[in-house]
Design a protein around this ligand. Structure first.
Ligand code: SF4
Length: 198
């Protein structure tokens, strides 16, 4: 079973508590205005990655936690479920998924309840640029946190917004929250840096 993967970041401190491994799944059709990752929308095959090998690789890294973003991760729900079953959530700071779907939409996805039982938090709902918030891992007021029954991630660990610049293979990768990223990206590009945005 495989993912269509946009990319991965083996270490980030701005996408949930602790030192986290982060993956981005390719493909989203929800079309939020002001989306920070429009290059993630296409459903064309980008990187086909075996979910078992990816899980193995992440476990070898021993991160504090794992963050799964997109694109829209739940559009690859069968592979996502296999991946999470393989990992079996050994992370002290748990697994967090960003989804553009609202809870009532997630509940219609056959794999959703099993997926929720294998993770800690879903950050749920479309990004609405007219309802931005700046003091929480929610990007806009209409979004909400869905905690699994025994979530290892606490509400207060999702309070801040951080932004990171990661230098990898001589490329700069920006990760974190959109309000900061757009300006910094423009400034860095003007200075001649080549930027990979995740
Ligand atoms: S759900 Fe996420 S990836 Fe999809 S359009 Fe909205 S902000 Fe962008």
């Amino acid at each position: 079973m495989t993912f269509n993967l946009l990319g991965q970041t083996p270490s980030t401190f701005s996408n949930g508590p602790g030192n986290r491994y982060m993956i981005h799944l390719q493909g989203c059709n929800l079309g939020c205005k002001g989306c920070f990752n429009p290059e993630s929308w296409s459903f064309k095959l980008k990187n086909q990655v075996d979910v078992f090998k990816l899980a193995e690789n992440i476990l070898e890294h021993q991160p504090d936690g794992l963050t799964i973003s997109g694109g829209e991760p739940f559009l690859q729900a069968p592979a996502l479920l296999k991946f999470l079953q393989t990992l079996n959530n050994p992370f002290p700071k748990g697994i967090l998924i960003y989804s553009g779907f609202y809870e009532n939409e997630l509940q219609k996805i056959p794999e959703y309840s099993q997926i929720l039982s294998l993770i800690d938090v879903v950050i749920s709902g479309r990004f609405d640029q007219n309802q931005r918030v700046y003091n929480s891992m929610l990007s806009s007021k209409n979004q909400n946190f869905i905690f699994s029954e025994n979530s290892k991630i606490k509400n207060e660990e999702l309070n801040g917004q951080n932004f990171e610049i990661i230098i990898e293979n001589e490329k700069i990768k920006l990760t974190g929250f959109p309000i900061l990223n757009k300006n910094i990206r423009k400034d860095l590009e003007e200075l001649g840096f080549s930027i990979e945005k995740k």
